[in-house]
Design a protein around this ligand. Structure first.
Ligand SMILES: Cc1cc2nc3c(=O)[nH]c(=O)nc-3n(C[C@H](O)[C@H](O)[C@H](O)COP(=O)(O)OP(=O)(O)OC[C@H]3O[C@@H](n4cnc5c(N)ncnc54)[C@H](O)[C@@H]3O)c2cc1C
Length: 379
């Protein structure tokens, strides 16, 4: 039987970042992934680092997003130093293009919303936006620049985090997934793998949209997969510095010259196939935003599964089972939220307190979790 101080189920960006933080804090930690670690949502994402809410329901996540964005430079700094690998971090801002004819009203609403949340946002006239980003369409009427935002190459980042975690002492077991949590009364004693038990004082579930398939976890983690299709383009003569958004799509330039375009949001179970309709929508949105992309080469298409929760907010923190923590449900922001998630979990485990309010994200907020607890109370 393997024995660790902390056992993590899931080796995506979240499980990897937690392993790295805990290993750096001196804990004996292991990550168990049912396949090669880092090949699911963390591989498939776009890597935009933006705490701005997409709709009013996401406002609750803004403080967490801001805290994580603030940690990013230092986080990627030591990930790169320990792993010896680049993460493709680009803190160059993002630019949202507005096409409507009533841009004046739209612009002031967006700017007021951002400022109200303590997020930096600057209005730009169309010509100023095109001066910054010459690839933008002539149809763009105005834009919003968010100078503090940016992007990271999430594939490179996840690989670097896992390498840094290993170099800091964490053990990573690929091809060894968790079947269930190992429950002893009201304590979680570790993980049950396919053919083995893993004993751990702390068990952390970070298996993304697959978390609910681990026996004993479903009540705390009512996550479902939200499929996102993506495309990678290459246009030799087109310059793009920042992440560009329109209402329909986003474009994310990488250091290697590729431009990612994404993404759909589809609830199609665990299906990761790309479709003509999905990719078609992304490409037409991309060409409307930056018409020069019409001549770009289409280098790759793919789809991944975001871990979505019923209220679209992360599921983060301790459960009512001693020693069991959850870190999933990061939906469209898991790359952004990895540093703060790892820090909060490490603080809870090593200091029994956290430096940010995470009650809003408690795994106990779902009726299924409280119903489960009630059923365990002796009659
Ligand atoms: C198309 C797309 C675009 C995105 N764009 C962005 C973006 O721009 N910015 C941003 O911040 N976020 C973005 N996201 C979201 C982000 O990618 C996710 O929120 C994040 O990667 C979730 O990380 P994770 O580690 O929780 O999950 P995953 O990366 O899915 O990792 C979960 C891991 O658990 C493993 N696993 C599964 N079952 C078991 C088991 N039983 N036992 C052990 N291990 C198991 C899996 O093999 C996998 O390695 C995007 C996602 C997609 C799909």
């Amino acid at each position: 039987m393997k024995k660790f101080e902390a056992a993590i189920a899931g080796g995506g960006v979240i499980g990897g970042a937690i392993a790295l933080e805990l290993a750096r804090a001196g804990l004996r930690v292991a990550v168990f992934d049912r396949q090669q670690a880092g090949q699911e949502a963390s591989w498939a994402g776009a890597g935009i680092l933006s705490p701005a809410p997409e709709n009013p329901g996401m406002v609750a996540m803004v403080p967490l997003g801001k805290a994580s964005l603030a940690l990013y430079p230092e986080f990627v700094g030591w990930v790169e130093e320990i792993s010896g690998k680049s993460t493709g971090f680009r803190p160059k801002g993002t630019l949202e293009a507005l096409f409507s004819h009533d841009t004046k009203a739209e612009l002031s609403t967006i700017i007021a919303l951002h400022h109200g949340l303590g997020l930096k946002a600057e209005p730009l006239r169309a010509e100023d936006a095109r001066e910054l980003e010459p690839a933008l369409s002539e149809e763009v009427e105005a834009a919003v620049l968010r100078p503090e935002e940016g992007s990271v190459d999430n594939r490179a980042l996840t690989t670097a985090i896992l390498k840094a975690a290993e170099r800091s002492g964490a053990e990573i077991f690929s091809g060894d997934g968790a079947k269930a949590i190992w429950r002893e009364g009201n304590r979680c004693a570790g993980l049950l793998l396919q053919n083995e038990k893993v004993e751990a004082k702390w068990t952390i579930i970070a298996a993304g949209c697959f978390s609910a398939t681990i026996e004993g976890i479903a009540p705390y983690v009512p996550v479902r997969p939200a499929k996102g299709q993506m495309a990678a383009l290459r246009a030799d003569d087109l310059k793009m510095e920042r992440v560009l958004w329109s209402e329909r799509i986003y474009l994310v330039p990488r250091n290697d010259g590729r431009i990612l375009a994404g993404a759909t949001i589809e609830y199609a179970g665990f299906d990761k196939r790309t479709t003509a309709g999905g990719i078609g929508k992304i490409l037409s949105g991309a060409i409307d935003l930056a018409p020069g992309l019409a001549n770009a080469r289409l280098e790759e298409t793919w789809a991944g599964l975001r871990p979505d929760s019923p209220d679209h907010l992360p599921i983060l923190g301790p459960t009512d089972v001693d020693g069991l923590l959850i870190a999933t449900g990061h939906f469209r922001s898991g790359i952004l939220l990895a540093p703060v998630t790892a820090r909060l979990v490490r603080e809870w485990i090593t200091e029994q307190r956290v430096s940010a309010d995470w009650d809003r994200f408690s795994p106990l907020r779902f009726p299924s979790a409280t119903a489960d607890a009630a059923s365990r109370v002796p009659a």
